[in-house]
Structure formats: structure tokens, C-alpha cells
Design a protein around this ligand. Structure first.
Ligand SMILES: Cc1cc2nc3c(=O)[nH]c(=O)nc-3n(C[C@H](O)[C@H](O)[C@H](O)COP(=O)(O)OP(=O)(O)OC[C@H]3O[C@@H](n4cnc5c(N)ncnc54)[C@H](O)[C@@H]3O)c2cc1C
Length: 416
């Protein structure tokens, strides 16, 4: 079958890789000059099955109220007269109910564990390297109550297949000695030893290269204006360089999927959520962590990518604006410098923003649509790098008429 994948981010490229492996003719289109140049470019680097819990959690409404109006808040809700944003916000709140939160976490976790196991397979079969590390992820806490809550959940996650170890402060220092000098406020940590990290951009670029060698065609610099349907099927995509046709189409445009799908009356309820990252050259300094750290109090993550330290965080609900506000980026930089003063050259930071394609329940949208030849693989929000491999393989299985290893009905667009 000829399949057209819309988008060469980490989701589109991974999907193309698996579709090619099962024998399809695959064409990927993207407006950028290469693969992985939008949201997949400089994310937090964590492949974190242990972080499967969505942002829509029972604790979120109170936290969001607490952060309202604070310029350095990890989460900024910019007040706009956009009914879509308000409707999305209400759905987000509905998903903060404990029962929904637990179910959403479990579905993401199943997909996350499946993805993690496939990453090892991709490394071997595609023969790619991407500054990957398999040293786990350590969440650190300065608030005893929060720590106790998460520590209780660690037992549940371990029972569900995601090993988590609860550590006291010295245990955290033993896992990551770089915390020792400035970690006096830490009360404990939760360590997921099987989680991984890596550079999502290098992975996407290298997997695109490896899959192109196996026959996948990449059409870069092509801007898709619309997707056209005829007689209940997708007939073509219309671009600034003419029309393209295929037997089937996979939508993987990240946050922009929403805009292209709306005229087709397919609504994955994606809202773009801007995040920031800062990348610092380690430059031979001895104080940079090698184990990935999630700093819960400041809502930022650290990943060591080769000789760079990537620090990422913040969420801004500001529509499709990708503009970089230096004061927001510097909040992240300052936290990093305080935590790891000898971790790199803080005078040479690279700032970046990207739009997380976030759904109100924090789960991706994967599967079929009302059009028999249109499939979705989008809306991965805060977890796109973590869930990419499993999402790509499961969708390829579904298209092939196989039973996917993950129950995709939970991720269907019909849930909205
Ligand atoms: C600050 C930050 C930190 C993050 N940290 C992590 C992390 O640690 N771990 C994790 O798992 N996830 C993380 N994420 C989330 C993750 O990066 C995303 O979920 C993931 O990159 C989404 O991938 P995607 O392929 O869906 O979207 P994208 O990478 O945005 O790809 C979509 C592609 O579609 C193309 N496109 C869009 N519209 C058009 C059009 N009209 N015509 C042609 N091409 C088009 C774009 O050019 C783009 O290449 C983070 C995100 C941010 C912002």
C-alpha cells in the first residue's frame, strides 16, 4: 500500500520506519528542510515511562491557582478570548478527577513501557546513535508531603511494570553525586533505573536517514495547505507544490494536526502548549549530572546529551505563538546554575521553544477516523519522545490489520 505520512517529527518518522518495515511504500512530507526540526528539536530528552501521569491530575487545579499571575510560574495560562482554549481548559479540569487520572496514567504507562522496549530494538536494527543513555531518571523532592505521595505511587508503578526505587537524600546523592554539593534541601527521591534519555532530534534525523536508505521517501520543504476528502475518503493533500495522493494517510503534524483536521470534522482536541529548553555546553566541567533529573518543585528536567546539558520546562498556553521570552528561559537557566554551578558554561546557553501537542487528558490520539483511509498519530503532548516508538509500531500494526500489542481503543479520537 502507498502511505503518506504527514510530518517528519519524531512521531511521523517513527511511524514511517515501522510502516516501511512491514513492506509499505511510504512518503513523508514536511515543511521543514529536514526531520525533527519543530517540537522534536530540543525537548527535555527523557524517555520516561515513569512520568506517564498526565498533567491533568487531582493536584493540578490548586497548583494552577497558586501560580496565577506569577511571572516565573512553571505554568502560564494567558487569558485570550479564544473559546477553543476555554473549552479545552474545562475538559482538562474534568480529567483531573481521580478515577480518570488513574485510568489515563495506566494507558500512557502501558504505551510507555512498550515504547521503551522497542527503543532498544530500533537502536540495534536501524544502527543509530543519538547521545542515548540508559542510566535511569531520578525525581528529586524538597517537599515532604509531595515526596510521600509520589513514594506511595512508586509501589503501584512498580507493580504495573515500571520499576521505581524510593530513596532518602543520601540515596539520591549515591545515584547522582553531582547533586551532593547543592542538594541540602532535598528530602528524597524516586529513581526509575530503566528509563532512558537521548537527543530526540538526532534520533529523528538518523532514523529518517536510515529509513530513507531502506526506501522511505522524504519530501521536505513542502507546506500542506489542506487535506481533501471525496466520497467519504481522503482523496489528496494540497500543498504549495501541488497535490499528493496515496492509498492511506497518517496525520502526524503535532500541534498543527488540529488545524488541518478541523475542516474534515475530525477533532483530536489538541491545544499547543509552549515549553522552553536551555542547552549548555558541559565543556569538561565535572559538576554536570549524568543521570537524568526531574526537579519536581521547579517543574524542570535535566538530561545529559553527550557533552551538553539540556534543561527543559515551563508550560504556556498562548496559542501557536512560538516566540521566546528571554526572562522565561532565564528562569530555567538560573535554576540549573543554582543546582549544578559547575555543570557547564552558563554564559553560552542556547534557548529554544517548542509547542507540545497537548490533549485535555494527556493521552495521544492514535488510530482510525471516520475516513477509512485516514489515521491519526498525534497529540503526544509532554510525552512524544517517550511514546514515539510504541505509537509508531502499534499504528503500523493496526493499518496492517494485525492486533497491536497496545489496546488502541483507549487512544481513539472517539473518546472525545
Ligand atoms: C520544552 C519541551 C520539553 C519536552 N520534553 C520531553 C521529554 O523530556 N520527553 C518526552 O517524551 N517528550 C517531551 N516533550 C514533548 C515532545 O517533544 C513532543 O511530544 C514531540 O516532539 C511531538 O512530536 P511530533 O512528531 O508529534 O511533533 P513535531 O516534532 O512538531 O512534528 C510535526 C511535524 O509536522 C510538520 N508540519 C506541521 N504542519 C505542517 C504543514 N502544514 N505542512 C507541512 N509540515 C507541517 C512540522 O514541520 C513538524 O516537523 C517536550 C516538549 C517540549 C516543548
Amino acid at each position: 500500500m502507498k502511505i503518506l505520512v504527514l510530518g517528519a517529527g519524531v512521531i511521523g518518522v517513527t511511524t514511517a520506519y515501522f510502516l516501511n518495515r512491514s513492506g509499505h511504500e511510504v512518503l513523508v512530507v514536511d515543511r521543514q528542510p529536514g526531520a525533527g526540526l519543530e517540537t522534536s528539536f530540543a525537548n527535555g530528552g527523557q524517555i520516561s515511562a515513569s512520568h506517564s501521569a498526565p498533567w491533568s491530575s487531582p493536584a493540578s487545579p490548586l497548583l494552577m491557582l497558586k501560580w496565577l499571575g506569577r511571572r516565573d510560574a512553571p505554568l502560564l495560562w494567558r487569558l485570550r478570548a479564544d473559546p477553543q482554549q476555554w473549552l479545552w481548559g474545562l475538559r482538562f479540569l474534568a480529567n483531573c478527577l481521580p478515577a480518570r487520572y488513574t485510568a489515563n496514567t495506566e494507558h500512557n504507562l502501558a504505551l510507555g513501557l512498550y515504547s521503551r522496549s522497542l527503543m532498544r530494538d530500533i537502536r540495534l536494527k536501524a544502527g543509530i546513535r543519538y547521545d542515548e543513555r540508559t542510566q535511569g531518571i531520578l525525581q528529586i523532592f524538597r517537599d515532604t508531603r509531595l515526596f510521600d505521595n509520589v513514594a506511595r505511587n512508586a509501589e503501584i508503578l512498580t507493580r504495573l511494570g515500571c520499576k521505581e526505587l524510593v530513596l532518602d537524600r543520601d540515596g539520591c546523592f549515591a545515584v547522582e553525586p553531582a547533586l551532593r554539593d547543592t542538594g541540602s534541601g532535598i528530602v528524597g527521591g524516586v529513581y526509575a533505573p530503566d528509563d532512558e534519555t537521548g537527543d530526540a532530534h538526532i534520533f529523528t534525523r538518523e532514523l529518517a536517514r536510515a529509513s530513507a536508505e531502506r526506501g522511505v521517501t522524504y519530501a521536505y520543504g513542502v507546506n500542506v495547505d489542506r487535506v481533501e476528502a471525496e466520497d467519504g475518503r481522503i482523496a489528496r493533500i494540497v500543498t504549495d507544490q501541488g497535490s499528493f495522493t496515496a492509498d492511506a494517510y497518517v496525520m502526524a503534524f503535532g500541534s498543527y494536526s488540529q488545524l488541518l483536521l478541523r475542516p474534515l470534522k475530525v477533532n483530536p482536541r489538541i491545544f499547543p502548549t509552549k515549553g522552553y529548553s536551555v542547552t549548555i555546553p558541559v565543556d569538561g566541567r565535572k559538576g554536570a549530572p549524568t543521570v537524568s533529573i526531574t526537579d519536581i518543585d521547579h517543574r524542570i528536567v535535566y538530561s545529559r546529551l553527550g557533552d551538553r546539558l539540556r534543561v527543559a520546562g515551563t508550560a504556556e498556553f498562548a496559542g501557536y505563538d512560538t516566540g521566546l521570552r528571554e526572562d522565561r528561559a532565564r528562569v530555567i537557566l538560573n535554576h540549573a546554575q543554582k543546582q549544578f554551578p559547575n555543570g557547564g558554561d552558563f554564559d553560552r546557553p542556547e534557548f529554544w521553544t517548542g509547542l507540545r501537542p497537548l490533549t485535555p487528558d494527556g493521552m495521544p490520539v492514535i488510530g482510525t477516523t471516520r475516513y477509512p483511509n485516514l489515521y491519526l498519530n498525534t497529540g503526544h503532548g509532554t510525552l512524544g519522545w517517550t511514546l514515539a516508538a510504541g505509537s509508531g509500531q502499534a499504528l503500523a500494526d493496526l493499518i496492517d490489520g494485525e492486533i497491536p500489542a497496545i489496546d488502541l481503543t483507549k487512544f481513539s479520537v472517539d473518546r472525545f
